[in-house]
Design a protein around this ligand. Structure first.
Ligand code: MG
Length: 377
């Protein structure tokens, strides 16, 4: 089954303020209409109906942001005329008809409509009305609407192409949306689940709300993990999370062999998908010999920051029989938080033995693993 979308954007949309029609105004990084088109990237055919004098406007503002092939159609004087112009070029079996001013439509909303068309001739999203609804005039309530069974209609409204074409051909009065056209032709319309964030940009303040929603839904969350091992050698202390801890052995390594800090550092590089400590600080380079490992950790944290990420959490587990980590865990946590420039309640330092099993169990060395979470919004 092939599916086309008709994005109706021929209106002047001047209630939203600004010098351009609302569909050509910027919403975050792109014009409204570029967002809307991108939401339908997986359709078989994308038809955009624009005002007959808006072709230059579209080319200048929207075309540079498009990653999909779109067919531009000149709209008519009414919404119905614009939809009919769009329908005339549709060659898919199903068609979704969508408001150009609903740039945030969720993929789940689109999918529910297309899925419903497998068993229905028409389907459209809506959300049940939960607020009380009044009839009002001249600033006065004159009636209460019974909100039972009332829905607030959204788009895309989906149809078998042949069916909606016939309905439009038979249309004799003006219609506010495609469901009303279908209903006038006696077509049953299934209700699918809409979304409260599928807003239609109408007023100036809608831009700010849409930008907030975009920011929330575009949140980039990364989780990285790190793992490291260092063997014991002769000595009287180890360095763990930057703290000197007395022990009957030391850890062998090119730097200060701070196995826990290395695991945490690699977790941050992992979240950034940017290699590991060895790549950023090659052991073959003599300048890192005996280096304090906080250089590595601070480098990773700075790199995350420079790419716009906030480090929200680091969790590190140190695996050894001895030395005992518990008595030092609180100071390790504070010290790591200071180095990472985050609050201590975002740093976790834990320890476990391995029940005397394996190399850590035999006391041949210390292993550590860590996860780090980065968030960009
Ligand atoms: Mg290491």
């Amino acid at each position: 089954m092939t599916t086309a979308v008709i994005i109706v954007a021929a209106g002047k949309g001047m209630r939203a303020g600004g010098e351009l029609p609302k569909q050509y105004q910027m919403l975050a990084d792109r014009p409204v209409l570029a967002h809307t088109v991108s939401r339908f990237a997986n359709m078989d055919q994308i038809v955009v109906v624009i005002g007959e004098t808006d072709f230059d406007l579209f080319d200048m503002h929207v075309t540079p942001h498009l990653t999909n092939k779109v067919e531009l159609v000149s709209g008519g004087a009414t919404r119905s005329a614009s939809v009919m112009a769009g329908l005339s070029v549709v060659n898919a079996q199903n068609v979704l008809i969508h408001d150009g001013a609903r740039p945030l439509v969720q993929s789940g909303v689109i999918k529910d409509v297309t899925d419903a068309l497998k068993t229905n001739q028409a389907a459209a999203p809506a959300v049940a009305v939960t607020d009380s609804m009044w009839m009002g005039q001249a600033g006065q309530v004159y009636d209460i609407v019974n909100r039972e069974n009332t829905y607030s209609a959204q788009t895309p409204q989906g149809f078998h192409t042949q069916i909606i074409r016939q309905a439009y051909d038979a249309l004799t009065t003006a219609a506010t949306d495609d469901v009303s056209v279908a209903r006038a032709a006696g077509i049953k319309v299934a209700i699918t689940q809409g979304h409260n964030d599928n807003l239609k940009i109408t007023l100036p303040e809608d831009f700010a709300r849409a930008e907030r929603i975009l920011k929330d839904t575009n949140m980039d969350v990364r989780v990285g993990n790190g793992y490291d091992v260092h063997a014991f050698c002769e000595g009287d202390h180890v360095i763990l999370c930057g703290l000197k801890i007395p022990h009957t052995a030391a850890l062998l390594g090119h730097s200060d062999a701070d196995v826990a800090m290395h695991a945490a550092t690699d977790a941050i590089y992992g979240a950034l998908a940017d290699g590991d400590i060895g790549q950023h600080f090659p052991p073959s380079d003599p300048q890192w010999k005996g280096a304090a490992s906080d250089i590595f950790l601070r480098h990773a944290a700075k790199l995350a920051k420079s790419r716009g990420f906030t480090l929200t959490h680091v969790d590190c587990t140190i695996i050894c029989e001895m030395p005992k980590i518990g008595p030092h865990a609180a100071s390790m946590k504070t010290h790591m938080a200071e180095l990472l420039e985050i609050s201590a309640d975002r740093v976790s330092i834990k320890a476990t033995t391995s029940e005397k099993l394996g190399f850590t169990g035999r006391g041949e060395g210390i292993a550590a693993q860590a996860t780090a979470t980065l968030v960009k919004s």
